[in-house]
Design a protein around this ligand. Structure first.
Ligand code: NDP
Ligand code: PHD
Length: 339
């Protein structure tokens, strides 16, 4: 079994290497690809140096390709990879809204992955983190309306986002004027309510991804969702305040108990002991932290909660590897015939 990572030198690629090291996925060989500027770079995997190669324009001889090199690379090359016999798990947004392409968070809709025709899409990171917490509540109480406000880390914009936070913070602390290239405004000591492009309806694409993708994953087009997505000066982990209007009333106690048994969730909810989800505690963790669970003051029987999830892990690398593990467990990931 041969696995390839395209985009191995990026923020998500780096996490893919770490997650694969610990994963139960069985494979014999790992191939690493990036852009020409990284060709020849050595990256460690299981104690060995693997050399990064230039991503070819055509097929890659691998059984499974984990793609995290951006939408335009996936758009252009993923169909060729599939033609060459590989299964592609794509971290970009290129195919997420294609009805033929499953959009999968294994804890929530794992079996959807089995319906793939070569490509499986990994959801937007903000969405993936939200649905891990919301799906169990939706199943039990029926979510009617969902209002989300996000606090998104700079690594959501890749390695260059983290670099800009660190460099511009140094500049600001040194008495200089912080600049901005990756973000729309200087990020140190600021919050920016602008992630991705503004759409005709006044929402950003990041906000609309939460709407479109949550509905697709939960298979419920009737869900009413509104999101405000905000960039904050942290390195990693996206946090989200979520308000839920429910068809059947929930109590915080019952919700806490339900979520404590839910896969991928860690309930961290003891305000008296100052225990609640935070980037500081959620970073590097596989589970999404959920806390501040309380009755909604607006929607009777509804809930307010706060989640924090490492978006480079559950929002990207971990979720992609979990999809691959799921396929393999189901006997749906096979080595292709080679001459
Ligand atoms: N960051 C996040 O939180 C999340 C990211 N994603 C998605 O994952 C993908 C990667 O994101 P991220 O790791 O953050 O981005 P980075 O900018 O950190 O990394 C991009 C990677 O893609 C490679 N790359 C860029 N252009 C090309 C090209 N033309 N051909 C081949 N390889 C190329 C880069 O190689 P090189 O180093 O040589 O330039 C690098 O390895 C994106 O689609 C993003 O939307 C999804 C969920 C969350
Ligand atoms: N949501 C990421 C950006 C990203 O990579 O999103 P997507 O995978 O939907 O393109 C952010 O915080 O900026």
């Amino acid at each position: 079994m041969r696995v390839a990572i395209v985009g191995a030198t990026g923020a998500v690629g780096h996490e893919l290497l770490q997650v694969l090291e610990k994963s139960s996925l069985r494979f014999d060989e790992l191939l690493l690809y990036a852009s020409p500027r990284s060709a020849g770079t050595a990256l460690k995997f299981r104690g060995e140096d693997l050399t990064v190669q230039v991503t070819p324009e055509g097929a890659i001889d691998a059984d499974l390709i984990l793609a995290s090199a951006g939408g335009s690379v996936s758009q252009a090359l993923a169909p060729k990879w599939v033609e060459g016999g590989a299964v592609v798990i794509d971290n970009s947004s290129a195919f997420r809204y294609d009805p033929e392409v499953p959009l999968v968070v294994p804890e929530v809709n794992g079996p959807a992955a089995l319906r793939h025709k070569g490509i499986i899409a990994n959801p937007n990171c903000t969405t993936a983190i939200a649905v891990v917490a919301v799906a169990p509540l939706h199943r039990e109480y029926g979510v009617r309306r969902m209002i989300v406000s996000t606090y998104q880390a700079t690594s959501g914009a890749g390695q260059k986002g983290m670099d800009e936070l660190l460099e511009e913070t140094r500049t600001a602390l040194g008495g200089g004027e912080a600049g901005a290239e990756v973000f729309a405004h200087p990020i140190p000591f600021n919050v920016i309510p602008h992630i991705d492009a503004f759409q005709a309806n006044g929402y950003t694409k990041e906000e609309m991804k939460v709407v479109w993708e949550t509905r697709k994953i939960l298979e419920d087009e009737s869900l009413q969702i509104s999101c405000t997505a905000v960039r904050i000066p942290t390195l990693r982990t996206h946090s989200e305040a979520i308000t839920l209007d429910l068809e059947r009333p929930a109590t915080p106690e019952a919700a806490r108990e339900l979520l404590a048994g839910a896969a991928g969730v860690e309930v961290r909810d003891d305000p008296a002991a100052k225990l609640y989800p935070m980037p500081l505690t959620a970073s590097g963790k596989y589970d999404v932290e959920v806390g501040r669970i309380r009755p909604s003051l607006v929607f009777e029987g509804g809930l307010d909660l706060f989640v924090a999830g490492d978006q480079l892990l559950k929002g990207a690398a971990l979720n992609a590897v979990q999809i691959a593990e799921y396929l393999q467990q189901q006997g749906a990931l096979k080595e292709k015939q080679r001459a």
